[in-house]
Design a protein around this ligand. Structure first.
Ligand code: SF4
Length: 136
């Protein structure tokens, strides 16, 4: 992601949410956005850090990167993406962004606790201090 991009968005995985509450995130524009219902939710803290730094935070639930690139470029704007994800998802996303010529930066989660590897689901976390250092 270039800091000079007209539109900067961040895509985060749903496993960063607080699973002890009923998540109120809702679709808003490109994809889902956090509604801030839990003070201990990583998604909430990350969204607030990103928002303060003019980066639109989204919980990635399947929004199309191709459509996002098309609609942004058609308005004459440039686009940059910050991906927060496990390593396999980051690799996938970075390749996808390269295909549509979108500058991209990736931040790995603290661990990969995906149901794909463990057979059951575990919540996840991100280093919020490192995120803040990177985007501010
Ligand atoms: S703080 Fe946001 S992401 Fe976390 S559970 Fe609430 S609405 Fe969902």
């Amino acid at each position: 992601m270039s800091e000079n991009s007209d539109r900067k968005i961040a895509l985060m995985p749903y496993c960063l949410q607080d699973f002890s509450v009923s998540c109120k995130a809702a679709k808003n524009g490109y994809d889902y956005q956090c509604k801030g219902c839990s003070a201990i939710c990583y998604q909430n803290h990350a969204s607030s850090i990103l928002g303060k730094n003019n980066i639109e935070p989204f919980i990635w639930m399947g929004g199309s990167i191709k459509e996002l690139a098309k609609s942004t470029y058609s308005k004459g704007q440039s686009l940059g993406i910050l991906g927060i994800a496990c390593i396999p998802e980051l690799v996938w996303g970075i390749r996808k962004c390269n295909r549509y010529k979108i500058p991209v930066v990736g931040i790995p989660l603290n661990a990969n606790r995906c149901i794909r590897w463990f057979g059951e689901f575990f919540p996840n976390s991100i280093n919020l201090d490192e995120l803040e250092k990177l985007v501010s």
